[in-house]
Design a binder for this molecule. Structure first.
Ligand code: BGC
Ligand code: CA
Length: 355
């Protein structure tokens, strides 16, 4: 049952409407507490039920987000005394499995859905199912096209701007080149020779990180030469296998390894660690996962770009609570919440290790 539609929840016992601004969690918690004090909640059927569908729980970044969501639910529960149930479903990289999971969430009466699509082109079908049941839908991490988001005014996307992550990654490399070109330009030809480890084909983060990382380097006036690029599907073992092949093919000719995420950068590091050599290429990733931060500390990963999964999980919870309590969330273009990316190198590593 959606609290907004419960008869006991007259508008007078909801928080003031018309306040623009996605509430920080404490504000949303306060709104929940007010609802309870006013006698609107407490019964079991009054609990907030959230259904979260993950594309696969095997993905390092996504499974960390799922843990963050679980933690945030516990925090919100203890802050309000209200029961909040989070159902998590693992799509195991199958869109048809995920469709069934969404159907089950709707049949169970979930009040809001969080969907991390397996296949971005399936967004419209899920959007229509949610709209038919009147259940708000928050897509995250895998961004549907704008037309799909605009199908209904209660469809949202929480994420980070993929283009920004590419630009920041490229700038890490550009700065390294400017600071110590002699070391980076191993063959001294004034050109930066690179390989690119790409995420899943068709994922906005693969396409835009690949494009904008290189653009940042060339916009900085550095000539580049692509030796090879291939997808490793965000996966560490696949990236290690690709890197082994490239090392055999190009040897020390690889000056930089760009990776669309940290897991694949760690795969490249695994491959290099297995083939002892005097100097490693410069390696950059995206995400700032815990093992990647360790690799930065160890000097194996030059840098990464912090993808704020916790911030995204928090924004999703804030949105769910705001929708439930009838608050008016702050959104970009009526549908979006964007979290910023940040560069990470040895210099500012401490700020991220404390997280
Ligand atoms: C992350 C990857 C992750 C992918 C999953 C990206 O934003 O950077 O690590 O595998 O999302 O969709
Ligand atoms: Ca060179």
């Amino acid at each position: 049952m959606r609290r907004k539609t419960k008869s006991c929840c007259s508008p007078s016992c909801r928080p003031p409407a018309g306040r623009r601004g996605l509430p920080a969690l404490p504000a949303a918690l306060l709104a929940l507490a007010l609802l309870l004090l006013s006698g609107c909640g407490g019964g079991k059927d009054e609990s907030l039920r959230i259904g979260a569908a993950l594309y696969t729980q095997d993905d390092t970044f996504i499974s960390a987000m799922a843990q963050d969501l679980e933690g945030l639910v516990r925090e919100a529960e203890s802050g309000t005394g209200e029961k909040i149930t989070l159902f998590i479903a693992d799509g195991k990289s199958s869109q048809s499995t995920q469709m069934d999971q969404v159907d089950r969430f709707l049949a169970r009466g979930c009040d809001v859905l969080f969907v991390n699509l397996v296949d971005r082109t399936a967004a419209a079908v899920i959007a229509d199912k949610a709209e038919a049941e009147g259940v708000p839908l928050v897509f995250f991490n895998r961004q549907p096209v704008a037309e799909d988001i605009q199908r209904w005014d209660r469809i949202y996307y929480v994420g980070a701007d993929a283009r920004e992550s590419g630009e920041l990654q490229g700038k890490l490399v550009l700065d390294a080149w400017r600071a110590d070109r002699e070391t980076l330009d191993r063959n001294g030809d004034g050109v930066l020779q690179y390989v690119m480890l790409e995420g899943e084909p068709g994922h906005q983060d693969s396409l835009l990180r690949t494009e904008y990382s290189i653009k940042a380097v060339t916009d900085g006036g550095v000539e580049v030469e692509k030796l090879a690029n291939e997808t490793a599907n965000w996966n560490r073992a696949q990236a290690a296998a690709r890197t082994v092949q490239w090392l055999e093919e190009f040897g020390d000719g690889v000056e930089v390894i760009f990776s669309n995420n940290d897991d694949m950068a760690l795969g490249a590091i695994d491959a290099l660690a297995d083939t002892p050599r005097d100097r490693w290429p410069l390696i950059v990733g995206v995400d700032a996962t815990a093992p990647a931060l360790e690799a930065v500390a160890a000097g194996q990963l030059y840098g990464t770009v912090h993808n704020d999964g916790r911030g995204q999980a928090q924004a999703m919870m804030d949105l769910a609570l705001a929708l439930w309590t009838g608050e008016d969330p702050e959104l970009a273009d009526g549908h979006y919440v964007w979290l910023p990316y940040r560069q990470v190198t040895l210099e500012n590593l401490d700020e991220f290790l404390e997280d």
